[in-house]
Design a protein around this ligand. Structure first.
Ligand SMILES: NC(=O)c1ccc[n+]([C@@H]2O[C@H](COP(=O)([O-])OP(=O)(O)OC[C@H]3O[C@@H](n4cnc5c(N)ncnc54)[C@H](OP(=O)(O)O)[C@@H]3O)[C@@H](O)[C@H]2O)c1
Length: 349
């Protein structure tokens, strides 16, 4: 445990996830960001790439190319890099002696599932979800102890975070077959690269489904739902907001399960959780209410006509869906209070 004054590095500092990590860490009382690394943006200042950083809070910092030896000397490194980059960097950083929180999909599923859903071989299968030195899947509320002692944490994807926080408490109450998930995300979920389909003229005023039925997060949800690994139907949609995510998951209740059973499962899972807020049945989470925070809003309602439970879950894709949860995990790994740097509430309106 590093305790107060932990020194960390952020790789991918020029990206959306990296900038959000740096925003959360800028005033973190117990963490010093010692290295901010990137690839094509090395040599530029953080303030040049992410305009919210004043000079004294990192804006003046010049991004560097990743140096494994220098990063390896730190207490912890956060990788906000594409999965193929994390596949290279994470094993090298572990070998260099540091600990890693990886925000990519590189270590969230088995090596075989990675190869099949990501379309390339897994080059560090020992660290994949089925490997002998498997990364800890960092859905924090469900993995605290394992995260605290992990060498490598696979930070969950945004859609899986929102979905699994909603469905995990209900696993014993629902039929494994027939889970249907529909979700919306803001455009920052795709990162900062310029893409024709993400231009303002294309996105504004439109809503479109994408990626179904083979979006990579489908297998991640199946791997970590713990419902007997039954296939789930998952359809994501792009909506014209910069950040935010709303997931509605529907599942068939087992015979005899009542609305009180469902409410009780959520209370026992989350009553004392600082970052998961369960709303009363009939009140639906709002994506915007989690904007800029590391929180998740959840609610569940039972539909007696179909025998299904509908669970709705809102997060900020860059908050609990990425950097917020990564800082939460890093805090645990460093022996710091779990919500340090994560105290901000969502903005409204
Ligand atoms: N965006 C989200 O909502 C979200 C949510 C959950 C998880 N994630 C995951 O988080 C990771 C980062 O996503 P993002 O949205 O932040 O992507 P992004 O905006 O495209 O940023 C990617 C970052 O990786 C850096 N990079 C690329 N190749 C590198 C290399 N060889 N060495 C060092 N740095 C390198 C880039 O640097 P340059 O720009 O300087 O080349 C950039 O800083 C991805 O794996 C993504 O799947 C994202």
């Amino acid at each position: 445990m590093a305790g107060a004054g932990a020194r960390v590095g952020v790789v991918g500092a020029s990206g959306f996830g990296g900038a959000e990590l740096l925003r959360l860490l800028a005033r973190h009382p117990d963490v010093e960001v010692a290295i901010r690394a990137a690839a094509g943006s090395a040599g530029r200042t953080l303030g040049d790439l992410a305009p919210g950083f004043p000079p004294d809070l990192g804006g003046d910092a010049v991004l560097t190319a990743p140096d494994v030896t220098a990063l390896g000397a730190l207490d912890l490194v956060l990788l906000a890099t594409p999965d193929e980059v994390s596949l290279e960097l994470a094993p090298a950083l572990l070998a260099a002696g540091t600990r890693v929180v990886d925000l990519s999909g590189a270590f969230r599923v088995s090596a075989a599932a990675y190869a099949s859903w990501y379309g390339r071989p897994h080059t560090a299968p020992e660290l994949a979800a089925d490997g002998p030195r498997a990364a800890v899947y960092g859905l924090t509320e469900w993995a605290r102890e394992a995260v605290a002692s992990a060498a490598l944490v696979a930070n969950p994807g945004c859609y899986p975070t929102a979905t699994l926080l909603g469905l995990r408490p209900l696993v014993a109450l629902i039929e494994p077959e027939g889970v249907v998930i529909s979700a919306v995300s803001g455009t920052s979920g795709a990162g900062r690269s310029a893409r024709p389909d993400l231009q303002a003229s294309v996105v504004l005023g439109d809503v479109v489904a994408y990626g179904a039925p083979s979006h990579r997060h489908t297998v991640e949800i199946e791997t970590h739902l713990g419902a007997g690994a039954a296939p789930v139907a998952f359809t994501p949609h792009l909506v014209p907001v910069a950040r935010g995510m709303l997931v509605t998951a529907s599942a068939v209740l087992r015979a005899g399960v009542t609305p009180d059973d469902v409410a009780g499962a959520f209370t026992s899972a989350y009553a004392d959780e600082p970052l998961v807020h369960v709303l009363p049945a009939g009140t639906f989470p709002r994506m915007k209410a989690t904007h800029g925070s590391a929180a998740c809003q959840l609610s569940a309602v039972v539909d007696p006509r179909t025998g299904r439970v509908l669970v709705t879950s809102a997060i900020d894709n860059l908050g609990k869906g990425a950097a917020g949860q990564a800082v939460q995990n890093a805090n645990l790994m460093l022996g710091l209070p779990e919500t340090s740097g994560l105290e901000a509430l969502g903005v409204w309106p």
